[in-house]
Design a protein around this ligand. Structure first.
Ligand SMILES: C[S@@+](CC[C@H](N)C(=O)[O-])C[C@H]1O[C@@H](n2cnc3c(N)ncnc32)[C@H](O)[C@@H]1O
Length: 251
C-alpha cells in the first residue's frame, strides 16, 4: 500500500513524539482529565493517538481506551510503551479519523489532541465522533488554533513549511460552528498557550530550511508577531502557539 504524506511524515518521526515536551507534558493533558471527569466503567477512544500520551493519561481512569492512528510506527510504539508502563487496558488499532472502524454508540468518551489540522476532512471526522459516541457521551478536543484572516494564514504557512502534513489549523469560531453542526453541544472551551523551542521544533530539517523558518519568525508583520511572540535568539529562540480546547456532549 502506498503511504500517504501523513504516514510518511509521522512514520519517520514517530519516536520523537514519545518524548516531545509539548506532546508528553503539555498542560492540556491534565486539563482534559479534570474537565471530563472520567469514570471507571467508561469505554474511551483516542483518535490520532500519535505518541499515545492521551491514552496513557486516561488509562488509569477508565475501563478501556483504544489508542488509534493511521501510522503503523505510532501504533507499534504505543503498544510497546503501554506494556512498559503496565497499562493493560490500552488497545491499539488502525483507524482513520474520517472512517472509524467502531460500532455506533459504543464509547462514553472520545478524545483527540493536536491532530485534526492534519485530517483530510474535519466535518467527516466530527460526524464519526457523533456516530460512535453513546447518547450524552463526551467529546474532548484539543487542536492548535489560529486567528482569523491573513494572520492565521501566516501561522498556518509557517507550520506547513516545517511539516507539509499540517493542512490547516482552524479558528475557535470554525470549531464552534462545526461542533454545533455535528450535533456536539459545547459545554466548555478555553485556549492554552504553549511556548515552543525553535531549535527542537525545527530540528528535523537541514540548515537551509531552519534558516528559512527562522527568517519567517524574524520578518513577520506586527500582527503576526503579537500572536507568535518570538523571543530570544540563536539557540534560545522561542515562539508561542495556541491550543483550543473544547468539551462537547453528544446531543
Ligand atoms: C501530532 S500527532 C498526535 C499527537 C497526540 N494525539 C498527542 O496528544 O500527543 C498527529 C497524529 O495524527 C495522525 N493522523 C493524521 N491524520 C490522521 C487521520 N486522518 N486519521 C487518523 N490519524 C491521523 C498521525 O499519524 C499522527 O500520529
Amino acid at each position: 500500500m502506498t503511504k500517504t504524506l501523513v504516514q510518511e511524515q509521522f512514520g519517520k518521526t514517530a519516536a520523537s513524539y514519545l518524548t516531545s515536551a509539548p506532546h508528553a507534558k503539555g498542560a492540556s493533558l491534565e486539563r482534559l482529565v479534570t474537565l471530563t471527569s472520567p469514570q471507571k466503567d467508561w469505554r474511551a477512544l483516542d483518535v490520532a493517538t500519535g505518541g499515545g500520551h492521551v491514552a496513557y493519561t486516561f488509562a488509569p481512569h477508565v475501563a478501556r481506551i483504544w489508542a488509534t492512528d493511521i501510522t503503523q510506527e505510532m501504533l507499534d510504539m504505543v503498544r510497546a510503551e503501554a506494556q512498559k508502563r503496565g497499562l493493560a487496558n490500552i488497545r491499539t488499532a488502525y483507524a482513520k479519523a474520517e472512517a472509524l472502524p467502531f460500532e455506533d454508540a459504543s464509547f462514553d468518551l472520545v478524545t483527540c489532541r493536536i491532530a485534526p489540522h492534519h485530517f483530510d476532512s474535519i466535518p467527516d471526522f466530527l460526524a464519526e465522533v457523533q456516530r460512535v459516541l453513546k447518547p450524552g457521551g463526551t467529546f474532548a478536543l484539543v487542536d492548535n488554533v489560529v486567528p482569523a484572516g491573513s494572520t492565521g494564514d501566516y501561522v498556518n504557512a509557517f507550520e506547513r513549511f516545517r511539516d507539509p502534513s499540517h493542512l490547516r489549523a482552524w479558528t475557535m469560531q470554525e470549531w464552534r460552528d462545526a461542533l454545533q453542526k455535528a450535533g456536539l453541544g459545547v459545554t466548555h472551551e478555553e485556549q492554552i498557550f504553549k511556548k515552543m523551542e525553535f531549535k527542537a521544533w525545527a530540528a528535523r530539517h537541514d540548515a537551509d530550511m531552519q534558516s528559512f523558518l527562522r527568517a519567517m519568525l524574524e520578518e513577520m508583520t506586527p500582527a503576526v508577531k503579537a500572536v507568535l511572540e518570538p523571543a530570544g535568539d540563536g539557540d534560545t529562540l522561542t515562539f508561542r502557539l495556541c491550543e483550543g480546547l473544547f468539551i462537547a456532549k453528544k446531543e
